[in-house]
Design a protein around this ligand. Structure first.
Ligand SMILES: Cc1cc2nc3c(=O)[nH]c(=O)nc-3n(C[C@H](O)[C@H](O)[C@H](O)COP(=O)(O)OP(=O)(O)OC[C@H]3O[C@@H](n4cnc5c(N)ncnc54)[C@H](O)[C@@H]3O)c2cc1C
Ligand code: FES
Length: 256
């Protein structure tokens, strides 16, 4: 898939919570096709300490207005600098990078998102819905503050929520939700993105029921184009780069 480097104009910086924000960005040309799971390498121009680009998933696209959006959690200097962008500022992106998810071979699909791991799942939910699927979407977090924009997913499937402390949805971890305990065998595929322990737990349950499972890894990256090898992950076929061979991997191929 062809890659682009473009200066996007910030059209909105939306404050979602103290930790999360979304950037709406207008492309200077027609927005190229992007697939769920793909990401952009973002040049953080207004931070003295952020030398390397930061990988951020494509959260949403609007081909009518040539805009895309990024959903970002503030974790360090780069993402904090991005949170300060204002309407009219310019943000340089290299995109779309990485691979995508495969489509289900059966009827039901389960999407699991933890924290900012919801970012690559919106485009996936939209694509599945456009192909006639009605996925179950399970969003997990430590508290209600980690459940970001669940309403965005409602048009594309049935949304379920878990929090560790019970402040939103069912109390407990995603793998303790009734979708796992009662409905798991009905899914032809499970997709997950979130913290490593969550994805490993989901992968284990999927494997025990012989259900295909694809996860989107958020390994630390530098170049984003397969050159520096800092994002390598061990698979049954040898080492693979998360930025080019991933970020989406079938968990049966990963040495988790
Ligand atoms: C393919 C991919 C897609 C991603 N999509 C998104 C997204 O849509 N939205 C979003 O907010 N973030 C996303 N991330 C994570 C994001 O790239 C990092 O949070 C960001 O690079 C941190 O930059 P920083 O300068 O703010 O923090 P840094 O100063 O670089 O790091 C601050 C702290 O965060 C930790 N950290 C840095 N990178 C990561 C990471 N990849 N995973 C976990 N911890 C990390 C560091 O170890 C450190 O403790 C994605 C990562 C990948 C690889
Ligand atoms: S980030 Fe350089 S090889 Fe993946």
């Amino acid at each position: 898939m062809k890659k682009f480097i473009h200066d996007f104009e910030v059209t909105r910086n939306i404050h979602i919570t103290d930790d999360y924000f979304a950037l709406n960005l207008k492309c200077p040309v027609s927005l190229p096709d992007m697939l769920p799971g793909q990401f952009a390498e973002v040049l953080v121009g207004n931070s003295a300490t952020t030398y390397l680009r930061r990988p951020i998933s494509i959260y949403d696209t609007n081909y009518d207005t040539n805009e895309l959006s990024l959903l970002i959690k503030k974790v360090g200097d780069g993402t904090i600098a991005l949170s300060k962008l204002k309407e009219g500022d310019i943000l340089n992106l290299v995109y779309p990078l990485g691979n995508t998810f495969s489509m289900p071979q059966g009827e039901n699909a389960l999407l699991i998102c933890g924290g900012v791991g919801i970012a690559p799942m919106l485009l996936l939910a939209k694509l599945l819905h456009s192909k006639g699927y009605n996925p179950d979407i399970l969003i997990g977090g430590r508290t209600s503050a980690d459940i970001i924009e669940p309403g965005k997913y409602e048009p594309y499937g049935e949304v379920f929520i878990t929090t560790d402390d019970g402040s939103a949805g069912e109390k407990g971890m995603v793998t303790q939700h009734s979708l796992f305990t009662e409905k798991i065998k009905s899914y032809s595929i499970i997709y997950a993105c979130g913290p490593d322990p969550m994805m490993k737990a989901v992968a284990r349950v999927a494997a025990s029921h012989q259900i295909p499972c694809e996860i989107s890894l958020e390994n630390t990256m530098a170049c984003g184009i397969g050159a520096c090898l800092c994002c390598v992950v061990e698979t049954i076929d040898g080492n693979k780069t998360t930025c080019v061979d991933g970020p989406v991997f079938d968990t049966r191929t990963l040495k988790l």
